[in-house]
Design a protein around this ligand. Structure first.
Ligand code: AMP
Length: 408
């Protein structure tokens, strides 16, 4: 089913064409027609499924129709659509996607996030925009100081609602939802729908249509996954060997803590592997600069904590390496969701130390599949025999495949 069967306006079809999308992804095919009819929609879809486009197209379509009905110019001065996201990075990415799709229309979008200048945001809001993409805390600051109000919002989107819950934003989200006009459309996307999210649905959405494309918890189908049993003290050398083995085009390395992220980055830099680090202790401008360096290919290695695991839209990533096994199985799914995005296939490797072995069966149960054990050929393993995951006879060898993914 091509995009032009949705009855979208020509300026939006032009936007889609400019992005090079040939056909809708499953979540888009399921959610767009419902949302275009003005219904509330809950999409249980993971990052990488194309969910941003799934809510952006109906949102823009609605704004353009309203604009036409109201005769244009003035419409652009009021905020008509609000997208709430859990992280600043995700807000920036969503804003970019909306602006790309709205490129052939007059709709303007601004991003309102913590860590950036409040004054500059106020100026931007004064100049006028129809779409605001925001993180909850900073949005509330603007509402409290009177620089922004929600009274003209017709479409509200909650992106990654489960992540907002995890990060403790639900009270803020509720506060915001209560301020929205009753006459509105609400769209929500969430990889999982925990009970607290379901409560928000019951309270703030009107007989929503539920759209679920992936089995809950299923990992991106195109991602090849491996476990690398190794001792904690050999992790850094194994990582270096993996990165140097064949060369990788773009890789995100996930660590459990900020301190470990800094340590891994420091180690790689000493080994002449250039990389950028992303975690929440860095200032917004440092994070933005790092992400830009990575996205534009000046650095091919990104070391990140789970902060970056959700939502980051880095479609070129060819590999994910979990330097540490994530403590929550859900984080595993989100981490490896960085690769195998809509149109590429990706590889995900997880280094497992003895102390982390107990997490493996939990993750395997969560994703409903066993992850293949691997070893890097020629690496001088010193794995203790009591490690269950390390059974040399069962371990097939590993070659990191070089993957050429064109950068945008
Ligand atoms: P998301 O799930 O919104 O994070 O999107 C994941 C990636 O899929 C992004 O890089 C989008 O640019 C890409 N994408 C979204 N829709 C399509 C489509 N219909 N065809 C190809 N790529 C898409």
């Amino acid at each position: 089913m091509p995009f032009n069967t949705f009855g979208l306006r020509p300026e939006l079809l032009q936007g889609i064409q400019a992005l090079g999308y040939a056909a809708p992804t499953p979540v888009q095919a399921a959610a767009i027609p419902e949302a275009l009819q003005g219904k509330d929609v809950i999409g249980s879809a993971q990052t990488g499924s194309g969910k941003t486009v799934a809510f952006t197209l109906p949102l823009l379509s609605r704004l353009l129709a309203d604009r036409e009905a109201e005769g244009g110019a003035k419409a652009g001065l009021r905020v008509r659509a609000l997208v709430l996201t859990p992280t600043r990075e995700l807000a920036t990415q969503v804003e970019r996607m909306i602006s790309e799709l709205a490129k052939f229309s007059p709709v303007k979008c601004v991003v309102v996030i913590g860590g950036a200048s409040f004054h500059a945001q106020t100026q931007e809001l004064k100049r006028g925009a129809e779409v605001v993409v925001a993180t909850p805390g900073r949005l509330l600051d603007h509402i409290r100081s009177g620089t922004f109000n929600l009274q003209n919002v017709r479409v509200a989107v909650l992106d990654e609602a489960d992540r907002m819950l995890d990060m403790g934003f639900m009270p803020d989200v509720r506060r915001i939802m209560k301020m929205l006009p009753a006459e509105r459309q609400t769209l929500m996307f969430s990889a999982t729908i925990p009970i607290e999210v379901e409560r928000v649905v019951n309270e703030f959405m009107r007989t929503p249509v539920r759209v679920s494309v992936d089995k809950p918890h299923s990992t991106a189908t195109m991602v090849k996954q491996w476990l690398f049993p190794v001792t904690e003290d050999q992790k850094a050398t194994l990582l270096e060997a993996m990165l140097k083995a064949e060369g990788v085009d773009s890789v995100i390395i996930f660590t459990r803590t900020k301190v470990r992220a800094d340590r891994v980055a420091g180690w790689l830099q000493r080994k002449a592997i250039r990389c950028v680090v992303l975690h929440s202790d860095l200032s917004q401008s440092e994070r933005d600069r790092g992400m830009a360096d990575f996205r534009e290919g000046r650095h091919t290695v990104l070391v990140a904590t789970d902060l970056a695991a959700r939502g980051l839209d880095v479609p070129e990533v060819s590999h994910v390496i979990n330097y540490d096994v994530p403590e929550h199985a859900e984080d595993y799914v989100h981490r490896i969701g960085r690769t195998g995005r809509a149109m590429t296939a990706g590889d995900a490797a997880t280094l497992v130390a003895l102390e982390e072995e107990k997490l493996v069966p939990i993750i395997e149960a969560f994703i409903g599949q066993e992850i293949e054990r691997k070893a890097l050929p020629g690496f001088p393993y010193r794995v203790p025999p009591r490690m269950k995951t390390y059974r040399p006879s069962l371990m097939s060898s590993f070659r990191m495949r070089r993957r050429s993914i064109p950068r945008r």
